[in-house]
Ligand binder design. Structure first.
Ligand SMILES: [Zn+2]
Length: 198
């Protein structure tokens, strides 16, 4: 028995999700159509709306619905501190530590030349301009302690230092190969406090 073509298209589309192969895409499609059409409608609506509305903040590059996000607009944040992280999830983690009062720049990835991700793809031209705006006094590198994260931190460190700005790296209270997202907030708060100049 052959699937109707719109079902085949749904299965093919679901495969754009990370870690989803043909079998699980098929299971998801059957589940959505047979067991949870309400959930499927909600998913379709939410995805459409997010695609339409969500963009990148002009300042921090994180997801936002306005040109500049609420965190970047907040008068309570210290604009002299700029923390560089890989993902919006890392910003949430940092915020949960309640130990950091500066601003952020979100790379939305890491340098990975083999995958075609160079300095441009992670917005380093914009980060360079931001660091040179005369307001930023310290750039805190909070990329993950993975090979790519370390290489990216090193690259950004060189870039920012060229503008005569202090560069620090969060301390290694984090496990080697560790990702910020999976660390408890106490450890992360300590790593920020114990950051060192690089
Ligand atoms: Zn922002």
């Amino acid at each position: 028995m052959k699937n109707p073509s719109s079902l085949d298209e749904l299965i093919a589309a679901l495969r754009c999700l990370p870690g989803v192969g043909p079998k699980s895409a098929q299971r998801m499609a059957y589940h959505l159509l047979q067991r949870d059409p309400g959930g499927a409608r909600r998913l379709a609506g939410a995805l459409g709306l997010a695609l339409e509305r969500v963009r990148h903040c002009e300042k921090c590059n994180s997801f936002a619905e306005e040109p500049v996000c609420g965190l970047c607009r907040s008068p309570r944040r210290d604009p002299a501190l700029l923390c560089v992280v890989e993902t919006p999830a890392d910003v949430m983690m940092m915020e949960q530590t309640q130990s950091y009062g500066g601003l952020y720049f979100v790379l939305m990835g890491v340098l990975s030349p083999l995958d075609g991700v160079g300095p441009r793809e992670i917005g380093l031209d914009r980060l360079g301009k931001r660091a040179a705006d005369g307001v930023v006094k310290e750039v805190i590198l909070a990329t993950n302690f993975t090979v790519e994260g370390e290489a990216t931190a090193h690259y950004i460190g060189e870039l920012v230092r060229a503008h005569g700005i202090k560069v620090t790296r969060i301390a290694r209270g984090l496990p080697v190969g560790g990702e910020l997202e999976h660390v408890d907030t106490g450890t992360l708060a300590q790593a920020v406090l114990e950051r060192r100049e690089v």
